[in-house]
Design a protein around this ligand. Structure first.
Ligand code: C5P
Length: 224
């Protein structure tokens, strides 16, 4: 492990999409390349952290130096996250599917005449909210993301309160921003007392700035 301000700290990072099976060949998922989560994990490792990286099927490979836990579904992601605790900090960068198919079929659903299949959904666990609201064993710092397309700050501020995390990195993922799947991100850091817009920068630079803030915050809370 690298020497650095996060030496001796365990940080959990979720990344990528989850895949919720419809049948053995079909699934529903959110769009997510895994680029931002991967960049964050890499920045944390570079600062000396021990990183557990819980990832769905992402486009980009996991960074070197992390403990990778590969999962497919939201339920598997929750189980993996719970197994990885305790952690000093947790960053939830995964694009978790909000719903799963209530009863996925064990065999491929066949096209049959004119009758279209219908899918019944069940709600997935909210992993960020679950960890944020832990009564015991809550990480000292819990960070979530909010990908929004309208009223970004208002929605993300409400989301932070509803979920109970410490910080939310809010970003505008409207198609015209080119952020989704792109190399850059434009985020606003929302905490209990402020909304701080960061300039548009590379996902690596967002990750570096976040990792520095995490290191500072854990150092301060450890002193207190
Ligand atoms: O509610 P929404 O999906 O917009 O919240 C986004 C934040 O919550 C992200 O940090 C995401 O990783 C996390 N999340 C989660 N589990 C879910 C849904 C979202 O951890 N089921």
């Amino acid at each position: 492990l690298a020497d650095g301000p996060l030496k001796g700290k365990h940080v959990l990072v979720t990344s990528g999409p989850t895949h919720e099976p419809i049948d053995p060949v079909r699934y529903i998922a959110n769009r997510s390349s895994g680029a931002q989560g991967t960049a964050i994990a890499k920045a944390l490792v570079a600062r000396g952290a021990h990183v557990t990286f819980v990832t769905g099927p992402a486009d980009v490979p996991p960074p070197h130096g992390v403990d990778v836990v590969s999962i497919q579904t939201a339920q598997e992601m929750l189980t993996a996250v719970q197994a990885a605790l305790p952690a000093d900090a947790a960053v939830f960068a995964a694009a978790v599917a909000d719903w799963r198919v209530e009863s996925a079929s064990d065999s491929k659903i066949k096209k049959s005449g004119k009758k279209l299949p219908t899918i019944a959904f069940a709600e997935n666990p909210d992993i960020l909210a679950t960890v944020s609201q832990l009564k015991t064993g809550r990480p000292a710092l819990v960070v979530g993301f909010a990908a929004e397309t309208d009223d970004v700050i208002a929605h993300a501020t409400a989301k932070r309160e509803r979920k109970g995390c410490d910080w939310i990195l809010a970003n505008d993922v409207s198609p015209e921003t080119g952020i989704m799947g792109g190399a850059e991100n434009a985020v606003t850091l929302i905490s209990a007392d402020k909304a701080e817009p960061w300039p548009r920068m590379g996902k690596d630079a967002v990750a570096a700035r976040l990792a520095d803030l995490i290191a500072e915050t854990l150092a301060t809370s450890a002193k207190g």
